[in-house]
Design a protein around this ligand. Structure first.
Ligand SMILES: *[C@@H]1O[C@H](CO)[C@@H](O)[C@H](O)[C@H]1NC(C)=O
Ligand SMILES: *[C@@H]1O[C@H](CO)[C@@H](O)[C@H](O)[C@H]1NC(C)=O
Ligand SMILES: *[C@@H]1O[C@H](CO)[C@@H](O)[C@H](O)[C@H]1NC(C)=O
Ligand SMILES: *[C@@H]1O[C@H](CO)[C@@H](O)[C@H](O)[C@H]1NC(C)=O
Length: 808
């Protein structure tokens, strides 16, 4: 709008002023000013009046308007000469943004022709609002944009001009932005957003505002646009762990791959700025790296190695989290892993000192071993109890926890148990409990506490006489339950006498083997039995020994021929007996007495007629040796008869002797001869001698407990008991002296020292059985020597009587 229009408040007032102004200055030209957008018929001016024309003559003078433009914006009412708006006039269409806008009209009047020029100025009316090219304005702003950053906004347009054109911009209320309005050189205005306070995408990722453009019209008009601001992410947030410190409990020996914790860090950024990767921190201990792994993507911490409570009860794992945005910052957290104990360690048994072997006489309470136990586990899992079997003579004593002493609880006997395998069981209190067994071999050392023991309580040896000297006769064995030297035995024969000679001249013993050897050839007729004591002694210190008696019985052999005692053959010729011619048959002519030094059947004698001058006259009794007449002796028969009689024993083979007797038949006997030979003249016959014999008999009877005496003539045997008829035999020999006394002359067959071993014994039997010295002693009425009977016994008289009666 022009300056003149600004001076006028109302277009009608201006119209009037302007009209007068133009009329005054130039006659030929009229100027009107009208606002735009008037309705059809709107009054513009009374042109006829203004030109001074007569209204009546207007039509006559052919008053008309010629417009230069196509549109006929104005018309004239010829009736009243008023110029009015024909067609609505848009100033912006007519003049666009041009500040002054007008068009011209030609007024033509004929008769006379007059030309007038009319200018019509179109005044601007605020009929346009400012408007933005887009109703939405989208802006992307990084959240890292600094305060003061400017963001130009698109300008709004207002078709109006002048004061009606765009005057300013307004921004809806917000906390981050302000508007700065700038004026271009052409005077147009534009706005810029200025960031006042920093944006935070994480707080608010979008902002919305309204931008309003207002013009200067009255009333003012405005247009708006929406501003949408998207806050772009910047990697301005580091990841954050939901805790900076985690505590987890993990059982030891957890299998590999066990997830112990899943770390969770979050990043408020987005995209790569929030893509978190987990890893060990730089200062994570190497041990933790060996035992655990961190999943970079999921944040899971898993078991990788062997978790051993006994090596470490806890682990510290330092983990960092970092996003993948630019200039990412790592954050750290700590995971404390408490390892829980499992009963995975066996108790250990340590033998600190073992003293074995132990003496078998060690007193109860002797310490054998010191045992310590330990268990690497903790708590009940490491609480260890120790025990040994109950049935052995040992005990465990515990003086301190986990320390034990193994002691004896009783006396030991190596001969009963020589060594003990003591199993020590150490058991912890875990569940299930674990245990360890250890065996202690305790050996018991030997003491010489056992004497040797013979296999038999006594030994009895039966040895046939005439053995070879040096022959082994028996063997004794002893055992000793001790060991080593304590069981090493040697045998010996204890000193003693047999018939006045040391035993060592009879027998000897092998000290190692216990074999007993005869040192001489024994003669049953001289020595029927003897006893030796064998001692077995070990080599312990001090040595122990034991004794056993060995009874040796010499068995008889038929080594003695019968000895004819009577009649005595003098110097090889037979004795002579006288037979009265008148005797009847059955007359006892003579009786042959023979003895045999052997025993038993070997001394049982038989008598046989070997030669006879007349075999029909005399006979000999087989058992008694009595020679009797078989018939009466005839007158004419010869007076001299020679008989040879064989005396044979019952041995195998039998031995025999012969005797020859001369019988002379006489008419009458001068004096009656005793039946039994003529040995009665012995001058040594005396009562004291008989007494001696009684005593000897008593001794023998006492020794052998004679139960019965068989009545074999000449000799009799006494058995010690019915069980051993062949063994104990005591022969009583009838001597010629017996016939002269009340008692028989008995001679014990036992010990005689001078022995003749051959079968052909001296015919002088008496002197062989009784030495001359002995006989002298006997005759001197002296007591028997111990050599003969071993013991001297006073026999009760009634036994002597019984004996005599039985024998006779
Ligand atoms: C991780 O932490 C965030 C925030 O504390 C939470 O929203 C999310 O659920 C967690 N994720 C896991 C797997 O715990
Ligand atoms: C003890 O153990 C050892 C070795 O195992 C074995 O040779 C011995 O016979 C055992 N002794 C006993 C008395 O069990
Ligand atoms: C064995 O006999 C001898 C001699 O009689 C004696 O001194 C010794 O004590 C006996 N030994 C035993 C063990 O009886
Ligand atoms: C025994 O006989 C021998 C000869 O053979 C003779 O010398 C001796 O005198 C005789 N003795 C007697 C006692 O007849």
């Amino acid at each position: 709008m022009g300056k003149k229009s600004e001076l006028c408040l109302k277009w009608s007032l201006c119209h009037f002023a302007l009209l007068t102004f133009f009329l005054g200055k130039a006659r030929g030209q009229i100027r009107y000013s009208i606002p735009e957008e008037l309705e059809h018929g709107a009054f513009v001016g009374n042109i006829a009046e203004d030109l001074g024309l007569d209204l009546d003559k207007l039509s006559m003078r052919r008053f008309r308007i010629v417009s230069g433009s196509k549109k006929q914006y104005v018309e004239v009412n010829l009736e009243n000469g008023v110029l009015f708006v024909n067609e609505r006039i848009d100033r912006e269409e007519l003049c666009e943004q041009s500040l002054s806008c007008s068009f011209h009209l030609q007024v033509v009047i004929e008769n006379p022709l007059e030309l007038y020029r009319v200018e019509i100025e179109i005044l601007d009316v605020n009929d346009n609002s400012p408007s933005f090219p887009w109703t939405e304005i989208n802006l992307d702003i990084s959240e890292s944009a600094a305060p003061g950053s400017r963001f130009p906004l698109e300008s709004a347009q207002d078709l109006d001009v002048g004061s009606n054109s765009l005057r300013s911009y307004l921004l809806s209320v917000n906390e981050h932005f302000q508007l700065d309005i700038q004026t271009r050189s052409d005077g147009s205005k534009f706005a810029e957003l200025v960031l006042q306070t920093p944006l935070d995408r994480e707080q608010q990722s979008a902002h919305q505002m309204v931008l309003t453009a207002v013009d200067g019209g009255a009333p003012e008009r405005s247009g708006t646009a929406q501003i949408y601001i998207t806050v772009l992410d910047a990697n301005d947030n580091a990841p954050v762990f939901d805790q900076s410190f985690y505590r987890v409990r993990l059982a030891e020996n957890a299998p590999k791959g066990t997830v112990i914790i899943k770390l969770n860090a979050s990043d408020q950024d987005e995209g790569p700025n929030a893509d978190i990767s987990y890893s060990f921190s730089g200062h994570a201990p190497l041990k933790a790296r060996q035992l655990f792994s961190v999943d970079p993507r999921t944040g899971e911490i898993k078991v990788k190695g062997v978790i051993d409570y006994e090596k470490a009860r806890m682990h510290e794992i330092y983990v960092q989290a970092k996003d993948k945005g630019p200039s990412a910052v790592a954050v750290h957290c700590k995971v404390l892993v408490n390892v829980l104990d499992k009963n995975d360690n066996l108790p250990e048994v340590i033998l600190t000192s073992v003293s074995t072997p132990v003496q078998e006489d060690a007193p109860p309470g002797t310490v054998i071993a010191v045992i310590s136990v330990m268990d690497k586990d903790s708590g009940e899992n490491g609480n260890v109890d120790c025990e040994i079997p109950h049935h052995i003579p040992f005990q465990l004593h515990s003086s301190f926890k986990n320390y034990y002493t193994l002691v004896t609880s009783d006396f030991l006997d190596r001969e009963a148990v020589a060594d003990y395998n003591i199993t020590v069981t150490a058991r912890d209190m875990g569940s299930p409990p674990l245990f360890t067994r250890k065996t202690i071999l305790v050996q018991v050392s030997d003491m010489n506490d056992n004497a040797p023991q013979f296999k038999q309580p006594s030994y009895t040896v039966y040895l046939t006489e005439n053995n070879a000297p040096g022959a082994s006769i028996c063997s004794v064995t002893a055992t000793d339950p001790d060991s080593g030297q304590n069981a090493y035995l040697s045998y010996s024969i204890l000193e003693g006498d047999i018939q006045g000679m040391p035993i060592s001249t009879y027998v000897s013993i092998n000290s190692d083997s216990g074999n007993i050897y005869a040192l001489r050839s024994f003669d049953h007729e001289q020595l029927k039995n003897f006893q030796v004591t064998v001692q077995a002694q070990d080599a312990g210190f001090p040595p122990l020994s034991s004794n056993v008696s060995v009874s040796v019985f010499i068995l008889d052999q038929n080594d003695n021929a019968p000895l004819i005692v009577s009649p005595v053959m003098q110097n090889g010729t037979a004795s002579t007996e006288k037979v009265p011619r008148s005797v009847d048959a059955g007359y006892l002519v003579a009786k042959i007495h023979a003895i045999d030094a052997d025993a038993g059947q070997n001394s049982r004698l038989f008598y046989q007629m070997l030669q006879a001058t007349d075999s029909s006259l005399f006979s000999v009794a087989l058992y008694t040796g009595e020679i009797r007449t078989m018939r009466q002796i005839e007158e004419k028969e010869p007076t001299r008869h020679r008989l040879v009689i064989l005396v044979k024993d019952n041995g195998q083979p039998p031995l025999s002797a012969t005797v020859s007797i001369i019988l002379s038949v006489v008419d009458s006997l001068p004096a009656l001869q005793p039946d039994l030979g003529d040995l009665s003249q012995s001058p040594h016959h005396s009562t004291s001698f008989t007494l001696y014999l009684i005593m000897a008999l008593g001794a023998v009877s006492f020794t052998f407990l004679v139960p019965s005496i068989s009545g074999a003539p000449g000799c009799t045997e006494a058995s010690s008991s019915g069980a051993h008829p062949q063994v104990y035999c005591y022969k009583m020999c009838l001597t010629p002296e017996s016939s002269k006394s009340d008692f028989m002359f008995l001679k014990p067959c036992s010990p005689v020292l001078s022995v003749q071993q051959n079968n052909a014994k001296s015919t002088d039997y008496l002197t062989s059985g009784w030495s001359t010295l002995e006989r002298n002693e006997l005759s001197n009425n002296r007591a028997a020597t111990p050599n003969e009977c071993g013991v001297e016994v006073h026999l009760p008289a009634y036994i002597v009587l019984i004996l005599k009666r039985q024998i006779l």
